[in-house]
Design a protein around this ligand. Structure first.
Ligand SMILES: NC(=O)c1ccc[n+]([C@@H]2O[C@H](COP(=O)([O-])OP(=O)(O)OC[C@H]3O[C@@H](n4cnc5c(N)ncnc54)[C@H](OP(=O)(O)O)[C@@H]3O)[C@@H](O)[C@H]2O)c1
Length: 354
């Protein structure tokens, strides 16, 4: 199949870019003359209507993950951050069969120096699905990266969508960007969900359907909970021991975390020393949990079409809704980053690119 494009696609666009690492106010520029990228084989060009800011964007703006990005050929300036995609397909590259020009789509772009905080972005067609009609672009932008990140951990811990009903799932940090969508998906799949939140996030988590919400500022969840099948760290790895203490022993139980020392170790000590130290730590902890016949994992965001389709289906059925804390225009990208960096978001921070 050959490529196709809309005749109105311009050659230049607005894009939030950085040309060095540093504080949001110091390094962001919203360029008006950034080149519109061209989709390659299997890729599409999306006219973005919204994206979101994830904590990883703030960290990458500060230089986090550079050694791994360099290794993968993904470093260099100018750098446009962002992963969440919510927009319309305006061009398709060769061999794209699943999407066509005019399709409204959402999904998450793989790490790239030409990210999604721009009017146009190139995305692998397999990483996008049709945006449910009942979901606005802003709402759609609030869901994929956060959910796919948390879902990777749930999978590593051993949860399967078709076996989730009746499972007891503990999600640490239910009020954050990853927590708000994951609480809802686990509930929609029939799991029993307990979560932790600060005082300002308690009612939010209850409203999302969580069966138990524990105020982490005043109560110790390890005193309240026991016999969970899965425990997932979405906020603070310092509580790992406590999360393991509420897990039942035996096959089918597991712990996984999206907050772990892999990237910090590689950044600090280099690929070889940092990588080996991270691997040794991970293997040791895995073995300790294997003795209790439990899974243990550290996970990173990655594309997962089946999970994205699950998210789209549950959103279309009204079982998952976007929780948006703040929305900023593209011109205020530095303020959006500063807000996310404070770590107090209740749900997601969205960037409007209409
Ligand atoms: N490995 C990966 O690929 C991957 C992918 C996505 C995210 N992450 C990481 O995962 C973490 C969460 O991401 P996010 O987008 O959900 O962040 P976020 O939206 O910034 O999370 C903020 C929320 O976390 C709550 N929180 C903070 N500490 C808590 C604790 N000890 N217990 C319970 N709740 C707590 C805060 O509540 P209060 O304001 O009440 O304290 C706030 O509502 C970040 O560190 C992020 O970098 C990793």
């Amino acid at each position: 199949m050959t490529s196709s494009t809309t005749p109105t696609t311009p050659s230049h666009m607005q894009a939030a870019r950085i040309s060095r690492f540093g504080a949001a106010r110091d390094v962001f520029e919203v360029a008006h003359d950034a080149p519109v990228p061209t989709p390659g084989k299997g890729e599409v060009l999306v006219r973005q209507h919204a994206t979101s800011v994830n904590p990883i964007d703030c960290r990458r703006r500060g230089g986090y993950g550079q050694k791994l990005m360099k290794l993968r050929g993904l470093s260099g300036f100018p750098l446009t951050l962002g992963n969440d995609v919510a927009g319309d397909v305006v061009a398709t590259g060769p061999e794209v069969t699943t999407l066509k020009v005019g399709d409204a789509v959402f999904g998450a772009q793989r790490p790239s120096p030409q990210g999604t905080t721009a009017e146009y972005c190139v995305v692998n067609a397999d990483d996008l699905v049709a945006k449910p009609a009942g979901l606005s672009y802003r709402e759609a932008a609030a869901l994929p990266y956060a959910f796919l990140s948390a879902w990777a951990a749930l999978k590593a811990a051993g949860l399967r969508a078709d076996e989730a009903a009746g499972k007891r799932v503990f999600l640490q940090g239910g009020s954050g960007g990853t927590g708000v969508v994951t609480v809802q998906i686990c509930k929609a799949l029939g799991a029993y969900v307990a979560t932790t939140a600060g005082p300002a996030g308690i009612d939010l988590c209850k409203g999302l359907g969580a069966d138990e919400v524990i105020n982490y500022r005043t109560q110790d969840f390890a005193d309240e909970l026991r016999d969970f099948d899965f425990a997932i760290c979405l906020a603070d790895q310092a509580e790992e021991r406590k999360m393991l203490s509420i897990l039942r022993r035996g096959p089918g139980a597991g712990y996984a975390t999206i907050v772990h020392p892999l990237m910090p170790l590689v950044d600090e000590k280099g690929l070889l020393v940092g990588g080996v130290q991270a691997a040794a730590t991970l293997i040791g902890r895995r073995l300790r949990q294997a003795l209790r016949r439990r899974r243990y994992g550290w996970t990173l965001f990655g594309p997962d079409r089946a999970a994205l389709e699950l998210l789209a289906r549950l959103a279309a059925e009204g079982k998952v809704r976007a929780v948006i804390d703040q929305t900023y225009p593209l011109a205020d990208i530095a303020a959006a980053h500063e807000y996310v960096e404070r770590g107090r978001s209740k749900g997601k921070v969205v960037v409007d690119i209409t």
